[in-house]
Design a protein around this ligand. Structure first.
Ligand code: C5P
Length: 313
């Protein structure tokens, strides 16, 4: 759909600025198959959105620019490699528009932490530009652009809980009951996702890696909101690779377990580690113990599921 008639209307909304809030994610199951000919890996990837958020604000500008604020803002690229910038370019190109927009990212999701912070900014910018330019793209059109931006970007748009297959970009939404409580231990520095997949390949050299399949017990634990059952079924096939590249993560995982977490695992490709806990009180205790342990930079409590990318009023 051409947005030419709708563009002026969108520019008048909220003084010409649109802000979108987007959640981080944790992978409660990350089953990884062998490397494909295109270099990607087939996944059975069970995503759960968590209540740590980035906000992306799109404002009309003379040209495409990106700025970022937050504790790790200096680690965020502000050029066209930023997924937020790429999202604006892709959306504009599809509609024959020039991506003349300023994108400001208020960053709270750990950078290069395995929590899809970059993907969140891509999905956020896409939704913000779509609203700013009055394009009213369908959900299917947005998801298509998200998949082009990266394997985790469609989930950042959708939020909640979902099973991702293929590269992780083909989603089926999953039912979840109640709220799960988490603590995330943020490490010093990031890990490169391609490097972690490369280490996965190196560790599995000569191994017949099985087809990735979602765990029925894990899906049932999500559906019934049973944290103890979920704790027993959490798995991340990238964890040995992430720990191999960052051996200090073992001490963080042990510190959280010793503090009473129901389960501990590396979040996605890491190096953030995720601790499932019983309730908000346990989250406070585990976060304090992790911080005191000196095995991480900071510990953050969060809950899931969280809504996907949302335009703020
Ligand atoms: O899709 P995305 O750009 O996020 O992927 C980053 C990198 O992670 C890829 O270039 C690839 O090395 C690795 N990857 C993979 N298999 C996937 C998803 C990502 O090997 N399913």
């Amino acid at each position: 759909m051409s947005g030419t008639e709708e563009r002026p209307a969108a520019r008048t909304t909220t003084a010409g600025a649109v802000t979108v809030r987007v959640p981080a994610k944790v992978n409660v199951q990350l089953a990884v198959g062998g490397a494909r000919p295109d270099g990607f890996h087939d996944l059975a990837n069970v995503f759960l959105a968590v209540s740590l958020y980035d906000e992306v604000t799109a404002t009309p500008a003379a040209e495409l620019t990106v700025t970022c604020e937050g504790p790790d803002a200096d680690k965020v690229p502000l050029d066209r490699t930023n997924l937020a910038a790429r999202a604006a370019e892709l959306l504009a190109a599809r509609h024959g528009l020039s991506p003349d927009v300023h994108l400001h990212i208020a960053k709270d999701i750990p950078v290069a932490g395995g929590m899809a912070g970059g993907s969140a900014d891509g999905a956020g910018a896409l939704l913000a530009c779509d609203a700013l330019w009055g394009l009213n793209s369908s959900r299917a059109e947005l998801l298509d652009i998200c998949a082009e931006l990266g394997s985790d970007v469609p989930f950042s748009l959708v939020g909640g809980a979902a099973l991702g297959v293929g590269r992780g970009e083909r989603l089926t939404e999953l039912p979840v009951s109640g709220a799960f409580h988490w603590v995330f231990a943020v490490a010093d520095g990031g890990l490169s996702t391609p490097a972690v997949y490369g280490e996965f390949d190196r560790l599995n050299d000569g191994v017949d890696v099985p087809e990735p399949v979602a765990s029925p017990a894990l899906l049932e634990a999500l559906r019934t909101g049973d944290a103890t059952a979920l704790a027993a079924t959490l798995t991340n096939d990238l964890q040995p690779a992430a720990v191999s590249l960052r051996p200090s993560l073992s001490a963080t995982l042990e510190a959280g377990t010793a503090a009473g977490a129901l389960a501990a695992l590396v979040s996605g490709s890491g190096p953030t580690t995720a601790f499932l806990v019983k309730d908000a009180e346990a989250a406070e205790a585990v976060a304090a113990a992790l911080t005191a342990s000196g095995t991480c930079r900071t510990a953050r409590a969060a809950t899931s599921p969280a809504p996907g990318a949302t335009v703020l009023p």
